[in-house]
Design a binder for this molecule. Structure first.
Ligand SMILES: *[C@@H]1O[C@H](CO)[C@@H](O)[C@H](O)[C@H]1NC(C)=O
Ligand SMILES: *[C@@H]1O[C@H](CO)[C@@H](O)[C@H](O)[C@H]1NC(C)=O
Length: 188
């Protein structure tokens, strides 16, 4: 009897701790839904630069929110082309235009993009002992994906700063390591 109840309370404690960890991790931002992956039509989903393509039948989690913003918000830096025929899909959400990858521009996950209210604002991105100021021009859509508008790529995670190559260069990251990087950012 004693061993049963202590086992039960251990399980309860572990569950509580796990939940607490999840809450801190997501900072109160829970998934908003799931979408089912569709196979990209022939010639769609540009795999250059390690872009992810949706997999038929795979479920992808969607988010309408992003983790809370602080003076040093943690994020994952990814690489994107904002040029026509690049891997970013359509033109930028903020202005319906394409942008040169030689300029420091970024897309933010839906929650941080905040319905466009950060459009053309600048953010400071820090990593590798350096920092760079970049302009927000696009949304990295965490609510949708796996369609033509998103080049058949999965929905964006909710903690992404998706950056042009100019940002990666300015941070001094060797080209071989471009792809995924832990960074912090703040409004400039
Ligand atoms: C891949 O990345 C390089 C560097 O940013 C860029 O010049 C090129 O256009 C990208 N390719 C695609 C298909 O986006
Ligand atoms: C962001 O930086 C760019 C380039 O320096 C500048 O042209 C633009 O006005 C800045 N945006 C804001 C909102 O200050």
């Amino acid at each position: 009897m004693k061993s049963f109840s202590s086992k039960t309370s251990t399980i309860l404690l572990v569950c509580l701790l796990f939940r607490a960890c999840l809450d801190v991790e997501g900072q109160g931002c829970s998934p908003s839904g799931k979408i089912m992956g569709k196979k990209p039509p022939p010639g769609q989903c540009n795999k250059e630069n390690d872009s992810d393509c949706c997999v038929q039948g795979k479920m992808y989690t969607t988010y309408k929110c992003s983790p809370a913003i602080s003076s040093q918000t943690k994020a994952t830096l990814t690489i994107n082309s904002f040029e026509k025929d690049g891997d970013g899909g359509g033109p930028s959400e903020c202005d319906g235009k394409y942008h040169s990858d030689d300029l420091p521009v970024v897309a933010l996950s839906t929650g941080w993009y905040k319905g466009g209210s950060r459009c053309h604002n600048n953010i400071t991105i820090s990593a590798n002992g350096r920092s760079v100021v970049a302009m927000v021009v696009d949304e990295c859509d965490s609510t949708m994906g796996c369609d033509q508008d998103h080049d058949y790529q999965p929905p964006c995670p909710n903690n992404i700063v998706d950056a042009s190559k100019a940002v990666w260069k300015a941070l001094g990251i060797p080209q071989d390591n471009w792809g995924d990087l832990d960074i912090t950012w703040s409004d400039a």
